[in-house]
Structure formats: C-alpha cells, structure tokens
Design a protein around this ligand. Structure first.
Ligand code: ZN
Ligand code: ZN
Length: 109
C-alpha cells in the first residue's frame, strides 16, 4: 500500500512510467536507454510513501509502525472519548491500556 505525498491518493501499486533517454551515439546511430520510474497513478508524482493496508478497515493506508489508518484513528479516538467519560477524570490511560483497547477494538471490527 502506498500513499502519495503530493495528491494524498492511496494506491496498492504504483504506475510504472517508461520513457527513453538518449545515451549518445554508437556507430553513428543514436542510442536510447529505457528509463523506468514508479509514480503515483493519479498525479504522476514520484513522491509517495510505502506503507501497509490498515488492518482494521482493509482499505486505508498506514505507516509501517502505525496500527490504524487516519479514518480508523478518528473513529477510534471517538470510541476512546466515550471510554474516557466512563472512567474517572483523574485516571490516566496508560500505553498498556491503550494497546489493549486497540487490540480489543480491532477484534470487534
Ligand atoms: Zn499523487
Ligand atoms: Zn482503517
């Protein structure tokens, strides 16, 4: 899964752009070299980032170390918000609890 840094488009595989570039002459004939470059299928930018498919929705793009895509994250934080209201306001959610919540939430979906 890739995400374009220029247009924000998310795609499974980049488009292969091919063109020929002159590489001088050989025996009086021009020599061409075929160049290949992977680009964003939507805008043609070379500026895209590798990542993974979101494990929760199976659609969104996530960074390799991230658990959820942006849309799932906002959904999750909403859930977390509701959860926070249930616990005492003085109580802090630890990283461990957070992990547990994410896991639980992933299983539910
Ligand atoms: Zn793009
Ligand atoms: Zn997602």
């Amino acid at each position: 899964m890739y995400k374009c840094l220029d247009c924000g488009s998310e795609f499974l595989s980049p488009r292969m752009r091919e063109w020929k570039e002159p590489q001088g002459e050989y025996m009086g004939r021009p020599v061409w070299q075929t160049m290949r470059l992977e680009v964003c299928p939507d805008c043609g930018s070379e500026d895209f980032e590798d990542g993974e498919v979101c494990p929760s929705c199976g659609e969104g793009w996530v960074e390799f170390d991230d658990e959820l895509c942006d849309s799932c994250k906002s959904e999750f934080s909403e859930m977390l918000h509701i959860f926070r209201k249930d616990v005492e306001s003085s109580m802090k959610i630890t990283d461990e609890m957070f992990e547990e919540l994410v896991t639980e939430w992933l299983e539910r979906n």
